[in-house]
Design a protein around this ligand. Sequence first.
Ligand code: HPA
Ligand code: ZN
Length: 326
Amino acid sequence: TSLRRFCRELPKAELHVHLEGCLEPGLLLDLARRNEVDVPWRTEDELRAAYRFRDLASFLDLYFAGCRVLRKRQDFYDLTTAHLDRAHQDGVAHTELFFGPQTFTEQGIALETVLDGVLDAIADAGERTGISASLLVSAHRHRGEDEAFALLDSVLPWADRVAGFGMGGAETGNPPEKFVRYYAELRRQGFRTCVHAGEEGPAAYVRQAFELLAPDRIDHGITILDDPGLVREIAAAGTPLTVCPVSNVRLRAVPSLREHPLPRMLDAGLNVSLHSDDPAYFESGLADTFATTAHDLGLDRPTLTALARNGVRSSFLPPTARHALL
Ligand code: HPA
Ligand code: ZN
């Protein structure tokens, strides 16, 4: 079989993908028309031409601009449905979707509009295709800890349908140490946690995340290699690192896929798995991410299988459901 087909058929768990980053150009422009939101792009080609990022911050500007077209419950339903159908086609058996309600509640959209649209789509997609999906409520680190606490309180009515909590947004200048009390509270309430760290922030931020926040998973973590002692500690702890090579290249955290640290991370014994991050904006779903990463880094099929199995094992599924995918 071709590499592409092998990667599609591999049973995969997608653990690092932002639902807002799954908004494809066609749907974005449809929603802009439906909701009469002014956007600076008239065609899909014009929008795609804007997918040239200098860094994380320049990407986040476009990502949040795209979010402005999402207004109604049906919009969140349509976004989630379209993504889950693509993920199913891509051979994703289970996915944990980051979603950041603060973007929308700040614009006066009710939390139930947002969450019920997403959660209904997750339930319906499961019935239609069999894909298993759950929600990771994501706070924005650039908004600070008080707002993260307010977010936690506001989503508690949905707690039984939330698989865990994460944190993304602008990393530089917003180190994990700002969120020690928030993560302690999440753990006190029994929630699973993850945190973006070491995407473009230094290894010191990954160390802070690991030591001060004690997350169940670390998202990205690629700058960890600058601190060999930390690599040994995190490898020994088995803490999963959800790596997104195509994203790292698009956001210029690494110069090219061929220079990506993934092989060194594997050699160091870290628990790494492969993910897409923002498939619409980086123009790469999970199967393509596996295939292009394998091609450019020369990964063999047993390595790809191991990466996929790491993802399944690192999921927040109950043990029996995890086992069924291995
Ligand atoms: N990093 C931080 N925040 C994000 C990202 C990312 O890659 N994608 C969406 N939000
Ligand atoms: Zn991310």
